[in-house]
Each structure stands twice: as structure tokens, then as C-alpha cells.
Write a protein that binds this ligand. Structure first.
Ligand code: NAP
Ligand code: ZN
Length: 352
């Protein structure tokens, strides 16, 4: 074991504060990474505040962070993919059994023995996993990704969750050029969805509750932008979408969006509000529409997404903050007041 600096939450209401943790010595298949940037995902906030207590209760102390980029500092003897000095990235997962049907299909996120990057039982320490709000992490090579050299690192970190979570459903449901694609909620996930759908050639329509995001949406790649609280604007699009990605973190009316799908259209939830959302079944019956969910993406697909972003020069629009501002950032995230992802510069932690 060796010591690492980190910021942790002691309880749902304590906020985050500095701490010291143990990280394991790298095994023969492990990669040790000095963390340079870590994005702040709304899932971090949900879990720090135990908002998902019914499905995924939080173990405290909780050290969040699953949008990690850094530099390799040490590798185990069996590691061939990485060497010290390489750029590397880690997303939401750090282990899976590698033998189940989902793992064999490259869908590790659905493995029954999955280990998430934080707040999950850690077979190495006997405690729980600790995430990326830290100066270092040790991860099995299977779950370490290569980072395209041309991308800005602060903006690359959010690709590891916001990027793959929006890329994967668009690939699965075959979003292609010429389709009409809706993105609901222009937050961390939503703004990545706009960039990726635009790069795939879709006609992109953003639904937002924030009038202040209108100009940005067009700059990010949207073709149209609708203020979702304006009923007249909403009516214009009834029955017209091939695919809608809903990335809203709170209660909202999804029936309005179901009714915007054309026949056989798909709406996919990636947002994870803590309470159930009422669904009007008639909206699904009429037009044989489907409502689905999607969870991050597999490791091979995450690498494919990173390479795609490298080719298209896509990164997140980030506000880089020192770790000392993390509690303030959480307060702003609740108010949808970030354009469009906070990325923590871990140099601020090292100099603490
Ligand atoms: P975020 O940056 O806070 O973005 C959420 C956006 O939702 C906000 O920017 C806002 O967009 C909109 N919104 C917020 N409150 C709303 C309300 N009351 N009514 C309507 N719209 C509202 O969050 P994020 O990091 O993108 O995460 C979004 C959700 O996805 C979270 O629930 C997170 O846990 C979940 N998530 C899921 C996965 C997965 O694998 N499925 C992965 C990562 C995250 P506007 O200002 O444009 O309205
Ligand atoms: Zn996330």
C-alpha cells in the first residue's frame, strides 16, 4: 500500500474535504496513474449526497470521480499496453469478471460482477473503491484507455463518462447522417451528445430549460434549439424525431418527448433522476415508439469513442477548477450553472 491525497465526503451533508487514502501497490497487470484532471459528473453529486440510496446506497467516506486522465507512473510486469510516461484514462469501471456473456460481448458495464470506479466493493483492499478526486489511482490494464495525443487533457477527462454515455446509445440505435436527433438537457452529457450527434451528421435539436444556453447550443453543433418550457415551440416538433437522448438529472415530463418521436422512433434515457418518472403508455402505443435506457459503454467502445473524438477533435467544454472549489462547483451543478463540465486540475491537490 502507498498513500495518496484525495478529497472525500464523510456523509450526505458534509460536503467534500481533504484526506489521505491507501492505494494498492501495482500487481503484475496493474497500471499506476498520476491523475492530471478529473471531470465532475452529476452522478458524483447524486452519490456524494446519497440521492440514489434506493438502488445504490453510498458507503462513506466516499471519494467520487470517474472521468480520469493522467500519466502512467508505474506498470506491472505483465502490462504490455502502457509504459511509464504514457497518457492514460480511466472511466466508470475498474474491474469485471471477464467471463460472463456481457464481458464476452464487450459490454462490461452489464457484468454481474462489475466493479465501479468508486463506491463499490474493492477486492484488493476489502473496503470500497475510491475514485478520481485524488492524485493517483491503480487500475487493472483491461480498464485503462489510451488518450489521443492531439486532445486537450482537461477537456478529455469528461469523455470518459459524458462522452461514452452519449456515444454508446447513438451507435447502438444507429444514429446516422440525415436523421433528426433530439437532445434533452444541455449539461455535461447533453453538450457531448450535441457534439457527437453533429459529428455523426445528424440534424440536432436541443431542448433546454435555460434561455442563456441558446447561443452556445448552436456553437456546439445544434441546428435548432427549443425552450422546453415554451408550449408553442414544443408543439411544432410533434411526431418528427428519429431518436431522442434524454440527459436530464431531475424530475421532468418525458411524455412530451415521447410524443415527438415519429413512428418506430426511440427515446433513450441516460439521465438518472432519483425518483420514478410517470410514463403515458398511450404515447408508446401510438406509433410503436420505444423508451429505453443506456448505461455508459463497454471498454472497447470507450476506446472507439476516444479515437473518434481524436479524429473529430472533440473534447468537452470545460471550466477548469482547483479541487478547493469542488463544493462550490457542486452547488452550481445543481443550478445547471456550468458551461458545460467542471474539470478538476489535480495540480491543485498536489500543491496542498
Ligand atoms: P448536468 O451537467 O447537471 O446536466 C443536466 C441538465 O439537465 C442540466 O444542465 C439542465 O439542462 C437539465 N435539467 C436540470 N434540471 C432540470 C429540470 N428540473 N427539468 C428539466 N431539465 C433539467 O448533469 P450530467 O452530468 O450531464 O448528468 C445528467 C444525468 O445523467 C445525471 O442524472 C447523471 O447521474 C446521469 N448519468 C447517467 C449515466 C449513464 O450511464 N446512464 C452516466 C453519467 C451520468 P438545461 O439547462 O439545458 O435545461
Ligand atoms: Zn458520470
Amino acid at each position: 500500500m502507498h498513500k495518496a491525497k484525495a478529497w472525500s465526503a464523510a456523509s450526505p451533508t458534509s460536503g467534500l474535504a481533504p484526506t489521505t487514502i491507501d492505494r494498492r501497490e501495482p500487481t503484475e497487470t496493474d497500471v499506476q496513474i498520476e491523475i492530471l484532471f478529473c471531470g465532475i459528473c452529476h452522478s458524483d453529486l447524486h452519490q456524494v449526497r446519497n440521492e440514489w440510496k434506493d438502488v445504490m446506497p453510498t458507503a462513506y467516506p466516499c471519494i467520487p470521480g470517474h472521468e480520469i486522465v493522467g500519466r502512467v507512473t508505474q506498470v506491472g510486469s505483465a502490462v504490455k499496453k502502457f509504459k511509464p510516461g504514457d497518457l492514460a484514462a480511466v472511466g466508470c469501471m475498474v474491474d469485471s469478471d471477464g467471463t460472463c456473456a456481457s464481458c464476452k460481448d464487450g459490454l462490461e458495464q452489464f457484468c454481474p460482477n462489475l466493479t465501479l470506479t468508486y463506491n463499490f466493493p474493492d477486492k484488493h483492499t476489502g473496503g470500497v473503491t475510491y475514485g478520481g478526486y485524488s492524485d493517483s489511482i491503480v487500475v487493472d490494464q483491461r480498464f485503462v484507455l489510451r488518450v489521443p495525443e492531439n486532445l486537450d487533457l482537461a477537456g478529455t477527462a469528461p469523455l470518459l463518462c459524458a462522452g461514452i454515455t452519449t456515444y454508446s446509445p447513438m451507435r447502438h440505435w444507429n444514429v446516422t447522417g440525415g436523421q433528426k436527433v433530439g437532445v434533452v438537457g444541455l449539461g455535461g452529457l447533453g453538450h457531448m451528445a450535441v457534439k457527437i450527434a453533429h459529428a455523426l451528421g445528424a440534424h440536432v435539436v436541443v431542448f433546454t430549460t435555460s434561455p442563456s444556453k441558446k447561443d452556445d447550443a448552436l456553437r456546439l453543433g445544434a441546428d435548432e434549439i427549443i425552450l422546453s418550457r415554451n408550449a408553442d415551440e414544443m408543439k411544432k416538433h410533434a411526431g418528427s424525431f428519429d431518436f431522442i437522448l434524454d440527459a436530464v438529472a431531475a424530475q421532468h415530463d418525458i411524455n412530451a418527448y415521447i410524443n415527438m418521436l415519429r413512428r418506430d422512433g426511440h427515446i433513450v434515457m441516460v439521465g438518472a433522476p432519483d425518483q420514478p418518472l410517470p410514463v403515458s403508455v398511450f404515447g408508446l402505443l401510438m406509433g410503436r415508439r420505444s423508451l429505453s435506457g443506456s448505461l455508459i459503454g463497454g471498454i472497447a467502445e470507450t476506446q472507439e469513442m476516444l479515437d473518434f473524438c481524436g479524429q473529430h477533435n472533440i473534447t468537452a467544454d470545460v471550466e477548469v477548477i482547483p479541487i478547493q472549489k469542488v463544493n462550490e462547483a457542486y452547488e452550481r451543478l445543481v443550478k445547471s450553472d456550468v458551461k458545460y463540465r467542471f474539470s478538476i486540475d489535480m495540480a491543485s491537490l498536489r500543491s496542498e
